[in-house]
Each structure stands twice: as C-alpha cells, then as structure tokens.
Write a protein that binds this ligand. Structure first.
Ligand SMILES: C[S@@+](CC[C@H](N)C(=O)[O-])C[C@H]1O[C@@H](n2cnc3c(N)ncnc32)[C@H](O)[C@@H]1O
Length: 297
C-alpha cells in the first residue's frame, strides 16, 4: 500500500472556505499543502475512480453550448476537466489555468499523449481574485473542486463573467460528500463513516452554496445538479484511492481518532487479510454538486 502513509496532507479535502476567509494559505511555507506529485496522484486517482461526473456535467454544458470555441479550466490541476472537455468539444481550444507550473506541465504532457496539444493551452496564473486580463472570448468556464480554494471567488467570477461571450456557460463543481469505500453496516464501514464525520466537523473540503455568488457576478443560474457516485465492484484503482484518502485522513485527523478506530484504519492500510488490498467488497460512494449558469445573451 505505497500511497497510504504519504506525509503530505489531503488538500483536496483539507482546504476549507473558512480557512481562506482568515488568511491566504496558498503556497504559504509550512501550510498543509501537498507537494505537486501527491496532489497529482490524488487528482488522477479521483478522476479514474469517480470521473463519471465529468461526462454528466459535460452533457449539461453541451445542452447549453453545443459548439464552444474557447473553454477555460479555472484551477485545472492535472487537467482532468481540461482533457474531458477537449475530448467532448473537438473543435474547442481549452485553456488550463493554475498557479502550479508543475501541475500545468502534467496537463501539457497529457494533452500531447492524447494528440490534442494543438488545442490545449496552459497558463500559469494566480486566480485568487481575477482572471489574467488577456483571457477573453470565453464560451465555457469550468471550475471543479477549486472555487473554495480562491481567496475572493466573487471577484474571480465577476472577471470571468466579463471575459465571457454573451450566452457563455459557467460550470462550478464541488465535492459535496467526501468518498467512502467500505460497505455501510460493516465494522470498518462504520469506522470510515466516523472518520468522514470528523473530517466534516473540521470543515475539510467545505464549500458554500455558490448560487448567490454566481448570481451576484451577473450570471443566470440555470441548473443545480446532484451527482451521486455509487460504484459496486469498482476497478482496482479504487484500492489505491481508498488507501490514499483513508491514510491521509488518518494522519491529518490523528488527534481526533479514537484508539480503537485507529487500529482498524491501520489494519485497513496494512497488508494483512483485513487490509484494503485484500478486500473484494469495496463500494465507492461520494457525491458532487454542479452549478450551471450562463452569461445572459
Ligand atoms: C483540488 S484541485 C482541483 C483540480 C482540478 N480542477 C480537478 O478537478 O481535478 C485545486 C486546484 O486549484 C489550484 N489552485 C489553488 N489555488 C489557486 C490559485 N490561487 N490560483 C490558481 N490555481 C489555484 C491548485 O493548484 C489545484 O490544482
């Protein structure tokens, strides 16, 4: 289980909106930031296991904007959304924006591997309060698991609105329920659910309902979608994702986990007969929420 005890913390889950209202944690030395390699692993595992949401949201975007010419991905990470949208809209240029050059290099490499480097552009940018001025004529703006990271999401959405063509579509996605991997009703499943409750109580991955921020930026909200993940018999990568998530939560919440629960988590993360690696009963459950909005024509 090589991923389980990575020292870096689970930023996807650990960054909170609350934290951002009291400071500016991005890139702060010593802050709970994983290195880019850990972040990339996490994002790629998340996409490999729960990536069906990409098709779901892309369907909804396509219904509103069938042939976008320019798409932007706000906080692209490794390019999960960038690449999914580039595949879905084969004539679109997709611009991946992030403040991590390392992650953007991964986007560019993935685009080359997919043979779409000519349509995928990467831009290093701090999106805390605005888009870079040169970004314009946008037909679709995508922000998945990122909006709660930005210091001033309202200002960023206002500048996104200004950069969009009339009729352009905004899609904001957040993880609404952190993932679980063990079946409910089992002892391990109950431990995992307590772990998630502890993470929720610590505001891991907390995000507001973005509806009013989206509307205040000038957009018309057209749809809010609950996207449920429930995968019985998930692919093998789910074990790696489970180990990554459970290991990081175990380490990040160490002080708040009862000893009995920690012992169960350690067994899951170990290599014995009750470890994640040995189990064939994993069930991946999670939930995302997506807000779809348009700039009025
Ligand atoms: C949880 S990841 C989500 C990545 C991707 N959208 C996905 O769904 O896989 C958050 C991303 O936002 C980026 N990010 C965080 N703060 C940022 C900022 N102020 N400016 C630009 N990017 C930022 C991080 O580097 C990271 O790639």
């Amino acid at each position: 289980m090589p991923l389980a005890h990575s020292a870096a913390s689970l930023t996807l889950m650990a960054h909170t909106h609350h934290a951002h209202t009291h400071g500016h944690p991005h890139g702060t030395p010593g802050h709970d930031q994983p290195d880019a390699g850990s972040m990339a692993t996490l994002l790629d595992l998340d996409a490999a296991v729960t990536g069906h949401y990409l098709d779901d949201v892309a369907d909804r975007i396509e219904g509103l904007s069938p042939r976008p010419a320019r798409i932007i991905d706000l906080g692209s990470g490794t390019g999960t959304g960038t690449l999914a949208l580039a595949r879905r809209f084969p004539t679109a240029e997709v611009v991946a924006l992030d403040n991590s050059t390392d992650l953007l290099e991964r986007v560019a490499a993935a685009a080359s591997r997919d043979g779409i480097a000519d349509r995928v552009r990467t831009v290093t940018a701090d999106l805390d309060s605005a888009l870079p001025a040169e970004v314009c004529d946008v037909d679709v703006a995508w922000a998945s698991s990122t909006m709660h990271h930005f210091a001033d999401p309202g200002a960023l959405l206002s500048s996104t609105f200004a950069a969009m063509r009339p009729g352009g579509v905004l899609a904001v996605v957040e993880i609404d329920e952190l993932p679980t991997f063990l079946p409910a009703g089992t002892a391990e499943g109950e431990v995992e659910r307590r772990l998630r409750a502890t993470a929720n109580a610590r505001h891991w991955n907390a995000h507001p309902d973005w509806s009013s921020t989206i509307a205040a930026a000038g957009f018309d909200l057209v749809d809010t979608a609950d996207i449920v993940t429930h995968i019985d018999n998930p692919p093998g990568t789910s074990r790696d994702y489970a180990a990554f998530w459970i290991g990081r939560a175990r380490d990040g919440l160490a002080d708040e986990i009862p000893d009995d629960d920690r012992a169960v988590l350690d067994r899951l993360l170990g290599d014995g007969p009750t470890s994640l690696a040995a189990r064939d009963d994993l069930v991946v459950q999670a939930r995302r929420v997506a807000w779809l909005a348009r700039r009025p024509a």
